[in-house]
Ligand binder design. Structure first.
Ligand code: MIC
Ligand code: SF4
Length: 644
């Protein structure tokens, strides 16, 4: 039987396990990346492992999230990460050099290699044919130390692309179309492989827009073939030697095949507050827009920005609309400046922001009260923009420009109404290569003497407890379906600087759902959380597990979990269980006192019985590998690794 692209890469990197869907496989990891909001914790974890130098082919530490620096916290964390990188053998991408996924694609991504990153959008690398996964910081720390990365062997989905995108219809619309078809949980347990004749019509940055948003499907990852388009991109980045061709076998078997005819797509838009809340742009025509943001790891490539500049050229944005543009990298910004496109953007009235995540993670540029904000980003979860009642819509750069110029949601095809069509933008033969903001590590001898620079914002980890055979604890919070990590542990400019300070962060846990949760959980000592379907979707932030751990959460029971979050819970030593009968969710209420006995037997059989002080008896399930059982019984992955 033939293999898919992902299966081929998994086979080449398989350390243990068999490749049957649903069983655990351990993979050798070639490359790792971190960003600063998750990186400080990941490097603290790496440090406790006592390994003198990273053991990957390449590891890079990026600074791109926490670049606001209002106060000493971020600058302290940046210095810490920089000193760790220099000493332990990592490349360090300075603040201002760009968003991790964009820079990684430009300068480091290699087809056929495995990559894990402490950021859920690491699958962006699939645009260049990498098998790239988002992971918790602890999993990245282990991989940096040469350890395996464990995943559940996914199913294989294929999206078969035919045709060619029409003018003003973009790769972003392809991402939104697949979200419309599959929903935010439709990719759970699957790798999405993009194939078919339409693939050749898409550039690497367009492919990366699509694999980037595969994260919003809940997919394990997404990947494109590596072909002549990939070779041309690598050659333009001065890295043609990194090219290897990759294709699935003719007789590869997929669990599901979805057909998308690119020629038939129309501009789409995701409405508040979920990336799968999709309608056609034309259906919302006339809705007044207050703010437009162009950028993020989804849509900040040179090609995106050149198109935006060409559409803005000679025009002025509406006085009642505020437009921000954040180029994805220093390379993109420098090339925009060199060719004059930056002047066209500035002349239109746009505000040009730093090459960083910025508004995407609520780092400034929050919309006005109840304001409608059209963003080229990948997430529009409630409150994420920093304005609680902000109405965030996700769109392509073309649709974003149309809104900035008209002041309302408008079909971008009107921009070509004079018959001019979309300005022809060709991929450059050579990108401007300047790696001066990427600092290489010290050599091994010099590294030994180097200090690690630590600021007062860095606090100790929460202590975890081994899972015992019996637990009695209060249900301190019951939440519904699709709870995101932004609900569990919000980000934004006020909170994000404290990612290395769990005690401080803890006061904001679940703030969006229930402002009194943190206090209640602390008072309860040990507690249990109950959730609905797809609990923990979104970010890879392990803080969404470490903070509940700090607050005494021992078990989370949900109808189903998102992939990275369930791994983070186990790594933190919190036991994730699911309902055998999802209707039992209704039998539980906040403040119930719950007891689970014979937990060790349950771990072996996969079945648990929980009783409540109100008389309910509920069957629960949890299927754990021997490794996961040991992690839980040790009190989390760090303690498990330390035990050896
Ligand atoms: C996000 O887009 O939510 C983030 C911020 O990049 C996160 C990482 C984090 O929480 O630090 C992600 O996607 O993993
Ligand atoms: Fe940064 Fe936004 Fe991308 Fe997350 S989704 S890495 S915050 S740009």
């Amino acid at each position: 039987m033939g293999l898919t692209i992902a299966q081929k890469i998994i086979k080449e990197h398989l350390i243990s396990g068999d490749m049957t869907v649903g069983s655990e496989v351990a993979l050798r990891i070639d490359q790792t990346l971190t960003q600063d909001a998750t990186g400080t914790m990941a490097y603290l974890e790496f440090e406790t492992m006592g390994i003198p130098r990273v053991r990957t082919e390449l590891s890079v530490a990026y600074i791109d999230h926490n670049t606001l620096q209002s106060g000493f916290m971020n600058a302290d964390d940046h210095r810490f990460i920089q000193s760790m990188a220099k000493k332990y053998g990592l490349y360090f991408s300075r603040p201002g050099n760009g968003i991790c996924h964009q820079v990684h694609l430009e300068r480091f991504g290699k087809p056929g290699k495995t990559l894990i990153g402490s950021d859920s959008h690491t699958p962006t690398g699939g645009g260049i044919g990498m098998l790239a996964f988002g992971a918790g910081g602890l999993d990245v720390a282990v991989a940096m130390g040469g350890g395996a990365y464990y995943i559940t062997m996914p199913k294989m989905y294929k999206v078969n692309l035919t045709g060619k995108l029409q003018d003003f219809v973009t790769a972003k619309d392809v991402s939104l179309e697949i979200l419309r078809i599959l929903s935010v949980k439709g990719g759970v347990g699957a790798i999405i492989e993009w194939g078919g004749p339409g693939v050749a019509t898409l550039s690497v940055p367009e492919r990366a827009t699509i694999t980037n948003m595969g994260t919003e499907l809940g997919a394990t990852t997404s990947i494109f073939p590596s072909d002549e388009v990939t070779r041309a991109f690598l050659a333009a980045e001065g890295r043609e030697e990194d090219y290897v061709p990759l294709a699935s076998d003719e007789d590869a078997v997929y669990d599901r095949v979805i057909d998308i005819d690119l020629s038939a797509l129309e501009p789409l838009i995701a409405c508040p507050h979920s990336p799968d809340n999709i309608v056609k742009v034309s259906e919302l025509k006339g809705t007044k827009v207050d703010q437009v943001c162009i950028g993020s790891c989804t849509n900040s490539s040179l090609m995106d920005m050149l198109k935006v500049a060409a559409l803005l050229k000679g025009k002025t944005i509406r006085p009642d609309v505020s437009l921000s543009i954040s180029p994805g990298s220093k390379q993109v910004l420098a090339m925009l400046a060199d060719c004059g496109a930056l002047s066209d953007i500035l002349a239109s009235g746009a505000r040009v922001l730093e090459c960083a995540c910025g508004p995407c993670i609520g780092m400034g540029f929050s919309p006005n009260s109840g304001g409608v904000s059209l963003r080229t980003f990948n997430r529009n979860f409630e409150g994420r923009s920093g304005t609680k009642d902000g109405q965030v819509y996700l769109v392509s750069p073309e649709t974003a420009v149309a809104a900035a110029l008209t002041g309302e949601i408008s079909d971008p095809r009107l921009l070509g109404a004079d018959g001019a069509g979309m300005p022809e933008i060709a991929m450059p033969d050579a990108f401007k290569i300047d790696d001066s903001a990427i600092i290489p590590p010290a050599d091994i001898e010099e590294a030994k003497e180097l200090p690690i620079l630590r600021g007062p914002n860095i606090k100790a980890f929460p202590d975890s407890k081994p899972q015992e055979d019996e637990l009695t604890a209060n249900l301190t919070l019951k939440v519904g379906d699709n709870i995101t990590t932004d609900h569990i542990m919000p980000a934004g400019s006020k909170i994000l600087p404290y990612r290395s300070n769990i005690p401080h962060l803890s006061q904001y846990c679940f703030e969006v759902c229930d402002e009194t949760f943190a206090e209640r959980a602390k008072a309860a000592g040990e507690s249990i959380i109950v959730g609905g379907n797809n609990y923990g979707q979104g970010s890879s932030r392990e803080h969404a597990a470490l903070v509940p751990l700090y607050l005494g959460v021992r078990v989370v029971i949900a109808k189903s979990f998102a992939r990275i979050h369930i791994a983070n819970l186990i790594n933190a030593g919190i036991m994730p269980l699911t309902f055998k009968n999802p209707d039992d969710y209704d039998k539980l209420n906040q403040d119930d006192k719950l007891t689970i006995k014979n937990i060790y037997d349950g771990m072996d059989s996969g079945s648990f019985v929980m009783t409540s002080d109100k008389g309910a008896e509920i069957q629960l399930e949890g299927s754990f590998t021997d490794r996961q059982k040991d992690i839980l019984k040790s009190g989390g992955l760090l303690k498990y690794v330390a035990r050896g």
